[in-house]
Ligand binder design. Structure first.
Ligand code: ADP
Ligand code: MG
Length: 712
């Protein structure tokens, strides 16, 4: 009944080998199916024409009727640009070309009426339109115009080679003619009727050739729903399969280590959120399935203690545990913090980092393998092949956004080797995994990115925390900021001054840092003031030495790059000065701010910037001074940067969405998750007749992998 949608695009009328090649290379369109799934970015009204004196400075797409009266060439830095004067009876504007100038000059007839279409810029007191689409008015009038003409994604190469939006629309029409616009339904009857969704065929038709605004909206909704629905279905299925197939060690009891710690050594009462999360973890550890859990909690929410107590459960059941952190400084800090408790509990704990020497390593390796060592803390060094555990039961990754997925999976394989008398066991049982992050990502995104993980959230800070006063100051107020720092130091406080470190311009950043250090040394002279400096080019041992001096209060000012961004805990430090704050991303600013406000004193975060600020920078600074809620900040960050930069999204497939937008369509996402869960709860194998269409579509999608780029 249906034209096979896997037909190569070359066979479609109006395409041919050259165009097919371009479509493949530029837009990844190989088949009919791919073309149907090329959804318009937006729709424009082609029934409306503007007079030049009606143009507005809002950079929208407009259509204007007029004539080219003259051309001129203007030399510029790279090459030259061609500028045409275009006028109607109300005014004059410019058309601009940066490429294809000879062809343009030869083909455009001066003083002949054209319809031009494109985006306008306001520049030097005139409107201009770069690379307009142009059509002779005569030709233009022969075509039908729509109030909702789709604009398809394109590339420079495509438009240069004449595959304009008009051409794409035309071949799309051919596709609908050839297939008669009949497409197999991909959602179940139940979903369609319960949600009053358009059928697949209606939706596809209206998204490409909208009859009216209402049908267009419904078409978009239906297609977005479908797209997100199958992603959720896949993630939830993966999670279910994981739970039923991947066995973990059942930690049956909570024993002496945990209980003694809880009764005698816990230095404070746990917050309700910490208690809840510990319960969730305990439930996972006690089941037969392997735990694979993400713990999200804002900076300072107290994740470390949760990590320690989870490790104690592992130890209580006779297993080893490890905790991996992304930097040397942070691992050392964790180690020192936990050592105290471990000594009290008579637990053996060691630190392994890149700077551990050979004999330390050797000892650690031995004691890990013979089981004498119970807890190992460290950096990536833990992942080395030589590091073999006797029976690793729980692996924790701190600040997991700093690690990749591969590292998480490397830890998986650190479980005990299958014993030889159990012949069926061919792979080691994976340890339980807990990943922790203080870069909260909005829940909606977490659902799609980490859908295969279970998520716990600490959404409450320990009591008595004062909120950090955050202000934005311009460089010219530096003297007053310095005076403020002096006053704080007089009160016995300590201060961080942080400089940006961005890979591309590392050299310049280094210079900024050193210049800053010198200027601070001048304003805060020895012996009254002692200053530490820590940056990425230092040897780990030197970094550690400086950190320790600061932590012990021997220095009052810590000048640093973002190496101190994660985890560092010096409760007496109460002022965080961030230099060139406009160059930092929101989550980084939030992380840095989290270095202060860890003690009882009022803390301050001072964001220093120059006067020139982009709109995005302004919004970032405004957000920082307005709120300290990590989830809210993450939400703004996501809006500003899109999901692309947020850790984990690269692997998740949410970037390959064809029509839905993970940020804008989060309500639809939520609803798809609800329906996917409900369906899988009642029918985990999608075996019921009414789910046949879902199973079929799901299989098709996995087969062609055009919807998600990871299938494990
Ligand atoms: P993060 O979640 O950023 O890793 P930490 O675990 O480093 O936070 O905890 C931050 C600080 O809060 C530490 O000094 C820790 O001892 C303290 N802390 C953690 N939980 C509590 C609590 N329930 N009550 C009081 N202080 C706590
Ligand atoms: Mg931490």
């Amino acid at each position: 009944m249906n034209t096979n949608l896997q037909t190569p695009i070359d066979y479609l009328k109006g395409v041919g080998p050259n165009r097919a090649d371009l479509l493949r290379k530029e837009l990844g369109i190989h088949t009919y199916q791919d073309l149907i799934n090329l959804f318009p970015n937006r729709y424009i009204d082609r029934t409306q024409y503007y007079k030049i004196n009606q143009l507005q400075r809002n950079n929208a797409d407009v259509q204007v009727i007029g004539r080219v009266t003259s051309f001129k060439e203007i030399a510029q830095k790279r090459g030259k640009r061609l500028v045409a004067t275009f006028q109607d009876d109300t005014g004059v504007m410019e058309l601009v070309w940066f490429r294809g100038q000879k062809w343009i000059r030869d083909s455009i007839k001066p003083n002949t009426t054209y319809v031009i279409f494109g985006k306008t810029n306001w520049f030097n007191g005139t409107f201009s339109m770069p690379h307009p689409e142009m059509e002779l008015l005569e030709e233009h009038e022969k075509n039908l115009r729509s109030a909702m003409q789709p604009i398809y994604p394109s590339t420079e190469k495509l438009s240069n080679k004449g595959i304009t939006n008009r051409v794409i629309s035309k071949i799309m029409q051919n596709l609908f003619l050839e297939t008669k616009g009949r497409f197999l339904e991909t959602l179940s009857e139940n979903l369609l009727s319960e949600l009053k969704l358009l059928s697949k065929s209606e939706a596809l038709f209206n998204v490409h050739f909208p009859k009216n605004q209402e049908l267009l909206s419904r078409a978009q909704f239906r297609l977005k729903f479908e797209e997100l629905f199958y992603i959720q279905l896949q993630l939830i299925l993966k999670n279910l399969i994981h739970k039923s197939k991947i066995k973990g060690f059942p930690f049956e009891k909570v024993g002496d280590y945990f209980n003694t710690f809880f009764k005698e050594h816990l230095p404070f009462e746990l917050t309700n959120a910490q208690k809840r999360v510990l319960k969730e973890i305990r439930a996972d550890l006690g089941s037969n399935a392997q735990m694979n859990r993400l713990l999200q909690g804002d900076v300072g929410s107290g994740k470390t203690i949760v990590a320690l107590m989870s490790m104690l459960i592992a130890l209580d059941n006779g297993f080893q545990a490890c905790l991996m952190a992304p930097t040397e400084i942070l691992s050392v800090q964790h180690y020192n913090g936990l050592l105290e408790f471990c000594n009290k509990l008579n637990i053996s704990i060691k630190l392994l980092t890149g700077s551990s020497n050979t004999s330390e390593r050797k000892e650690i390796h031995e004691n890990l393998e013979n089981g004498n060592l119970q807890i190992l803390i460290g950096t990536h060094a833990l992942l080395e092949d030589k590091v073999k555990f006797k029976n690793l039961g729980l692996a924790i990754i701190d600040e997991q956004h700093r690690f990749g997925v591969e590292q998480r999976s490397k830890l998986w394989r650190k479980g005990p080797e299958a014993s030889s008398d159990n012949e069926r066991a061919t792979t080691p049982t994976p340890p339980h995994i807990l990943v922790m992050t203080a870069t909260p990502i909005p829940r909606t995104l977490a659902m799609s990115v980490y859908g295969d993980l279970d998520i716990s959230v600490i959404d409450e800070l320990p009591p008595g925390r004062q909120s950090i006063k955050t202000v934005h100051r311009y460089d010219k107020n530096r003297l007053r900021v310095f005076q403020f720092i002096r006053d704080e130091i007089k009160k016995g406080r300590q201060v961080y001054v942080v400089y940006p470190l961005i890979q591309e311009s590392e050299k310049m950043d280094y210079k900024d840092l050193m210049d800053g250090y010198e200027s601070i040394s001048r304003d805060f002279p020895m012996p009254e003031y002692q200053i530490s400096i820590v940056h990425g080019k230092m040897k780990p041992a030197d970094k550690d030495y400086e950190m320790q001096r600061f932590a012990k209060g021997e220095t009052q000012i810590m000048v640093a790059t973002t190496v101190i961004e994660v985890g560092v805990n010096v409760p007496n430090a109460s002022v965080m000065v961030i230099e060139s704050a406009e160059r930092f991303g929101l989550s980084q600013l939030h992380q840095l701010r989290g270095r202060v406000g860890r003690g009882a004193e009022q803390s301050y975060c001072i964001l220093m910037t120059s006067h020139k600020l982009s709109n995005d920078s302004k919004l970032r600074l405004e957000t920082m001074t307005r709120t300290s809620d990590g989830f809210e900040i993450a939400e703004v960050d996501l809006k500003l940067r899109g999901p692309g930069d947020i850790m984990g999204t690269q692997q998740s497939g949410v970037l390959n969405l064809k029509i839905a937008d993970i940020v804008k369509d989060k309500d639809i996402l939520q609803s798809t998750r609800f329906y996917a869960k409900r369906i899988l709860n009642s029918d985990p194998t999608l075996g019921l007749p009414e789910h046949k269409v879902l199973l079929h579509t799901y299989r098709q999608l996995s087969k062609y992998k055009n919807m998600w780029n990871y299938i494990s």
